[in-house]
Design a protein around this ligand. Structure first.
Ligand code: SF4
Length: 115
């Protein structure tokens, strides 16, 4: 396997190449160890923070922005979005409030307040 990646850990955006199979991977092009770890994680168990919105039922045309408090497995994004889409809340909502609990080891939290 050979895969080219751009590191997204910092603005420098190093162009990296990952070669190898399974957990026997060689990373080149990284400037620091964080990039190497990102490349290995991306090739072995990619994770993503999911961002979306949840409808506020007692405020017309109002949505509250949400995100997972921690990254979830990339393969789980569809299931996380299903849980988010099935959720509605009532105002007031405080930023940081847990709107969907225990989703793949984390929570979905509000990222803004709605009075
Ligand atoms: S490898 Fe290191 S220096 Fe390069 S983008 Fe990633 S974090 Fe930044």
């Amino acid at each position: 396997m050979k895969r080219n990646l751009i590191c997204i850990i910092c603005p420098r955006g190093c162009a990296m190449t990952v070669e190898g199979e399974g957990t026997d991977l060689t990373v080149t092009g990284n400037t620091c160890p964080k990039g190497k770890q990102y490349a290995i994680d991306e090739c072995t168990h990619p994770m993503r923070t999911v961002t979306s919105t949840v409808r506020v039922t007692n405020r017309p045309d109002t949505m509250v922005s949400v995100k997972t408090a921690a990254p979830v497995p990339k393969d789980a994004i569809f299931e996380v979005m299903k849980r988010i889409r099935a959720t509605t809340v009532k105002a007031p909502v405080k930023a940081g409030a847990v709107l969907v609990a225990d989703v793949f080891g984390t929570d979905v939290i509000a990222t803004k307040s709605v009075e």
